[in-house]
Design a protein around this ligand. Structure first.
Ligand SMILES: [Zn+2]
Length: 402
């Protein structure tokens, strides 16, 4: 059993140790030391990283009371081996972990809410709580949690006897039955935990809730502490200042300015739509005038180059609103051809969908619609002329037979 230096003093960054045992597994070496300050993953806290004899430690885990350090090559010696903890990562884990204790305790104290899940990720930390709360209630919890930080309360780990344990106001039940380790934040919070924590709440730094969402009937709260909160503040400040400068308003006026822009944008889109419709109506008049007339029926046939599909469809509908009118439109693109056919309601002998389908065969296309209006597209854009002519000839055949 290796001596757990991280419990004796969670601030140890460097130490020397002797190698007790090495297990080779899949071209990696699982090294057991006589003593270690490397925290193995546990209690929601990820494992430490660092170096043993200048060899990177990729993972640390505990199995059968032994702690194993995973290395990709063998150390050069077995005794007095120099070990270095990646302190930046470890201190970050300590900040997030104690921050979680404080936040979970604040939720319980203010709203009688229990924490039922905890995840310490590489970017964000989440806890899952068993009740839904309002945005304002959550804000109060965040404020309260930060006051616990600012009060700089002492944090310690104790190993109480069963009798002592029964008297403690534990926030949650221990998951083990022996050697129960309680992390104590002054008289504020008592929680069974195997993780590493700073000695005072002040070291956690700011606790910032980033967002929350409904989760399994309760809420998932995403937060960051300490240096992660500072990093988050850098980002938020950068975003705020950039938008503020883009919109030429003070930071506190951003939301109002953004709302105004969205409102204006909606209005402009509507205006643009109206203008486009007017233009399409003018264009329709032009097409109508140029249409060929066969048996008193107007036929409009035209191929557009790379034109917006919906625009052409609207134009087709406007035109076929006129009596005795048939519209055969095509759109030619580099890699595809589209066909949009329509006819006025009074030409009930012509099924436009069937005519479209026979045209689509020529461009290897697919599509459909009603007997009044149909559309489709295919890959053979070079054949678009032939496809449209095919449709046109079909119509002439029908008109002649009437
Ligand atoms: Zn903990």
């Amino acid at each position: 059993m290796s001596k757990k230096l991280f419990y004796k003093n969670p601030y140890i960054k460097e130490f020397t140790a002797n190698i007790n045992h090495i297990i080779e597994k899949k071209e990696e070496f699982h090294v057991e030391l006589n003593q270690t300050a490397f925290f193995p993953e546990g209690g929601g806290q990820p494992s430490d990283k660092g170096y043993i004899d200048d060899i990177p430690v990729s993972h640390v885990y505990e199995k059968d009371n032994k702690i194993y350090h995973v290395l990709n090559r063998l150390p050069s010696k077995l005794e007095n081996v120099k070990c270095i903890i990646d302190w930046q990562t470890r201190f970050d884990h300590m900040q997030q972990h104690l921050g979680q204790h404080i936040l979970s305790s604040a939720f319980e104290k203010l709203h009688d809410v229990q924490t039922i899940g905890f995840h310490l990720g590489s970017e964000y930390v989440t806890i899952d709580i068993d009740k839904q709360l309002s945005k304002n209630d959550i804000k109060k919890v965040e404020y309260f949690a930060n006051q616990i930080v600012f009060n700089d309360l002492p944090v310690s780990a104790i190993y109480p006897s069963n009798d002592e344990l029964n008297k403690l106001p534990l926030r949650k039940k221990p998951s083990v039955t022996e050697n129960i380790r309680i992390v104590k934040i002054d008289d504020f919070d008592f929680s069974p935990c195997c993780g590493t924590h700073p000695n005072r709440t002040g070291e956690v730094g700011l606790i910032k809730i980033r967002k929350f969402e409904n989760y399994k009937g309760g809420l998932r709260i995403e937060f960051v502490c300490g240096n992660r909160a500072l990093k988050d503040y850098y980002l938020k400040n950068e975003i705020t200042n950039t938008i503020s400068s883009l919109l030429s308003v003070k930071d506190i006026e951003i939301i109002e300015a953004a709302n105004k822009i969205i409102e204006e944008n909606t209005k402009l889109k509507k205006e643009l739509k109206d203008i486009k419709e007017k233009l399409l109506n003018f264009e329709a008049v032009d097409f109508y005038k140029k249409s060929s007339i066969i048996n008193d029926i107007r036929i409009i046939k035209y191929i557009f180059e790379k034109r917006n599909f919906n625009e052409v469809k609207t134009l087709s509908n406007i035109l076929s609103n006129n009596p005795k009118t048939i519209v055969l439109f095509g759109i030619s693109n580099t890699d595809k051809a589209q066909l949009i056919y329509s006819r006025s309601k009074d030409l009930d002998k012509i099924n436009i969908s069937e005519i479209l389908k026979s045209s689509l065969n020529l461009i290897d296309g697919k599509g459909g619609g009603s007997q009044f209006a149909a559309q489709g597209g295919g890959k053979l854009s070079n054949n678009i002329n032939a496809a449209l002519n095919h449709g046109y000839n079909k119509i002439i055949e029908i008109l002649k037979s009437l």
